[in-house]
Design a protein around this ligand. Structure first.
Ligand code: SF4
Length: 433
């Protein structure tokens, strides 16, 4: 390259792995993407996860497809995935081999990712909204389970709510297969983008508000049951502001939609709200409303956090829910950690816990996007007073009494002073010399 000081003999273009493969075998300098050529490199490089600073607490993301079936109609106005055309599905055997190699290297946490819609894995490539084939989804999950028999986390990435609304029965069967084979705490991310039908039409989005509501119901029916207190699979909702056709009224429609979700009693794991990033080559690059409704955007975001996120987080993670294997990330007077997963909830622990420690923790309170939790078992005799005050039923009022009277030997002794709490079964009364 001129002026850079770099010297080279060959310049390879296209897909790096395919180009290198083609160059070494036949001297070609351009390589088109092919899973057959890429996949051996994924297996060969899998041991690199051992060099990750947080190993073995590393999420291994597996590519499952490239391209989107909605490219048949041009796709959503803002999205670059249709550039790849109709989906090319990565073969089950390739995914299995990579999972096995990662598992052999010590990987235990996996996400089947990089797909517009896991429900249509290996379905028809010639339709915009193909019908899910639950058996194909089952083959994929079975292969992953067999390749990684001691995995701890198996989550998914995106689900197209338009698929669920158009093919409810097949989608429900595919969701059942996922719930049978994954691990709890999973999220089906819905790119709904807006509840304004006008904006949906102008941007060729995938589903109307009523269809999204149907999809939320169906995912709740399939995945709402709990495993050790944690819902199996819940929808996550993504909103985008700045799309073509957006008006101030769009935000009213979006808010009204979320209010209906709350009233319905369904669970939603999280709501992501972002502003459009217009990419060159997409229709949204030249046709958008970015920056026009800034004040409404900020007000909407704030209102969602206050009036939707907080009540929803209380519903999804009620007080008393035990989160297993919270990996601590930041130590402080309040320390922070998360479980492994696609969208793990942020847990604030009101004591110092060194980063890297792994604890079980019970939910005692809620923020808008996080929960406050205490380590389990709750060590009544040694917990700092500031942490004790988070115990439901104790609060600041009784904390002074409890700390002055410690140590306790039994639950009865503790109850005679503090009364019962909803977390009594999690208490420990170790007496320290
Ligand atoms: S947003 Fe999703 S459904 Fe829409 S074009 Fe992109 S990948 Fe396809």
């Amino acid at each position: 390259m001129k002026g850079t000081g770099f010297r080279f003999d060959h310049l390879l273009s296209g897909s790096p792995a395919s180009a290198l493969d083609g160059f070494l075998e036949e001297g070609k300098t351009h390589g088109a993407f092919e899973y057959r050529k890429e996949d051996p490199w994924a297996v060969a490089g899998s041991a690199i996860i051992r060099q990750h600073p947080r190993f073995p607490w590393v999420m291994c993301e597996l590519e499952t497809a490239r391209g989107c079936s909605r490219s048949h109609s041009g796709g959503c106005s803002f999205c670059t995935e249709p550039f790849y055309g109709s989906p090319i599905f990565r073969p089950v055997e390739s995914i299995r081999d990579e999972v096995q190699a990662l598992h052999n290297a010590g990987g235990r946490h996996f996400r089947l990712g990089r797909q517009p819609d896991i429900l249509v894995y290996s379905s028809s490539r010639s339709e915009e909204y193909p019908t899910p084939i639950p058996e194909k989804v089952g083959e994929l999950f079975t292969a992953v389970r067999e390749a990684a028999p001691t995995l701890s986390t198996l989550h998914i990435d995106n689900v197209n709510p338009g698929t669920i609304a158009r093919h409810p029965e097949e989608s429900r069967s595919a969701l059942d297969v996922i719930v049978e084979n994954h691990t709890a705490g999973d999220v089906a991310a819905f790119g709904m983008e807006t509840a304004d039908p006008e904006v949906v039409a102008r941007n060729n989005l995938k589903a109307l508000p009523e269809q999204i509501m149907d999809a939320i119901r169906i995912v709740n029916e399939a995945g709402g049951r709990r495993d050790a207190g944690i819902p199996h699979l819940l929808p996550g909702l993504n909103f985008i502001s700045g799309l073509s056709g957006e008006t101030p009224g769009t935000y009213d429609l979006d808010m009204a939609f979320l209010e209906r979700v709350l009233e319905s009693g369904y669970l939603v794991r999280r709501v992501n709200i972002r502003q459009l990033m217009p990419f060159e080559g997409t229709p949204a690059f030249t046709d958008n409303t970015v920056g026009i409704h800034q004040a409404r955007f900020r007000a909407f975001k704030e209102k969602v956090r206050q009036t939707f996120d907080l009540p929803m987080i209380r519903r999804v993670f009620p007080v008393g829910t035990v989160l297993k294997d919270v990996v601590m990330e930041i130590e402080g007077n309040t320390s922070f950690g998360r479980q492994m997963g696609s969208y793990p909830i942020l847990a604030g622990i009101p004591i110092r816990v060194p980063a890297g420690t792994v604890i079980d923790a019970v939910v005692v309170d809620h923020g808008m996007r996080s929960i406050t939790a205490l380590p389990v078992p709750i060590d009544i005799n040694s917990l700092p007073a500031t942490a004790l005050s988070w115990l439901p039923g104790i609060g600041k009022a009784k904390t002074g009494l409890v700390t002055a009277r410690r140590p306790f030997s039994t639950l009865d002794e503790f109850r005679s002073l503090a009364g019962p709490t909803p977390l009594d079964s999690l208490f420990s009364f170790v007496r320290y010399p």
